[in-house]
Design a protein around this ligand. Structure first.
Ligand code: FE2
Length: 303
């Protein structure tokens, strides 16, 4: 019996139309200019409305949202994104990790991430020892492990960092889930493969993250950030690990970016390991709806 989940990323759903100039200090001023000039034409609410019509949450064990819900991380954007999350689904069905735009500058927790915290939470019965990430949710045979790479960076930088604490906590989580025979999905905003992203957009500790994934293994790694569909593989001690990026969920595909897409996954256990079916759902500007794109089936043998 297959289990089904989906990933969307980088919706950049908030509007800055009502922003006040006093909110635009430092890095936010640059982000605002970029929104006025380009981003508001690329990231469209009607695309997200079509996506919501296409998603059937009742069919999914989990919907993963891999960050960048906002443009410049203002409290009002967090409120808009919080409303969007509530319209999308219940916090037990929708699991979120933040992106670099959400942590554009340091802001008080209660005005920002507190509004999303139920969506970032681990299952109630997971002992988190006070930490938020890595998060862990288990649904049937699948362990969803969320990592946060979002932290404030200097102007013009879109980098991310996992940090020493999460690097330390990830291995025991991966090992325990493997010992329990679960299909491990690791999801984060930035690409965890060293050297694959532009220097200005890279995960600064990607080499360490990649090394951990190769040592402890995972069955699937999902990310966003680049607004491009990508398929890579890591070769871990337990077998091949697909690493898949999805384009922005709201994109019209201007300026060379991929048009909006989200991916749906079906996982089935078999004698050799796991079968993973991947179905892309793509926005069609002509019809204003999402429809089926590429499909592929992978066999993940596990030692
Ligand atoms: Fe990003």
């Amino acid at each position: 019996m297959a289990q089904r989940f989906a990933q969307l990323s980088d919706p950049h759903l908030s509007s800055l139309a009502a922003v006040r100039t006093r909110d635009l200090f430092s890095k936010r001023a640059l982000g605002y200019l970029s929104w006025r000039r380009k981003r508001r034409f690329e990231h469209r609410p009607e695309v997200l409305e079509a996506l919501q019509r296409d998603l059937n949450l009742s069919e999914l064990d989990q919907l993963l949202v891999t960050g960048d819900l906002t443009h410049i991380g203002l409290p009002d954007e967090f409120r808009q994104a919080g409303d969007w999350l509530h319209a999308l689904g219940d916090p037990t069905q929708v699991a979120l990790v933040p992106g670099n735009h959400d942590a554009c500058v340091a802001a008080p927790w209660r005005d920002t991430f507190a509004l999303w915290q139920d969506y970032m939470a681990s299952d109630h019965d997971v002992d988190t020892a006070g930490r938020r990430f890595p998060s862990l949710r288990v649904r049937g045979d699948i362990a969803f492990i969320g990592l946060s790479t979002a932290c404030p960076k200097p102007p013009l930088m879109a980098t991310g960092t996992l940090g020493a604490e999460q690097l330390q906590q990830l291995p025991p989580l991966l090992q325990r889930a493997a010992d329990d025979g679960l299909f491990r999905v690791v999801y984060l905003h930035h690409c965890p493969i060293a050297g694959r992203e532009k220097w200005r957009k890279r995960l600064t500790d990607a080499a360490q993250v990649q090394a951990l994934l190769e040592q402890y293994g995972a069955e699937l790694v999902l990310h966003g950030h680049g607004h491009r569909a990508l398929f890579n593989e890591l070769h871990s001690r337990v077998g091949t690990v697909p690493v898949i990026a999805v384009p922005s969920a709201s994109a019209m595909g201007l300026h060379g970016a991929d048009v909006a897409q989200y991916n749906r996954y079906d996982v089935t256990r078999n004698d050799a390991g796991w079968q993973l079916r991947i179905d892309s759902r793509c926005y069609q500007p002509g019809t204003g709806e999402f429809s089926g794109g590429d499909s592929r089936v992978l066999q993940l043998d596990r030692r």
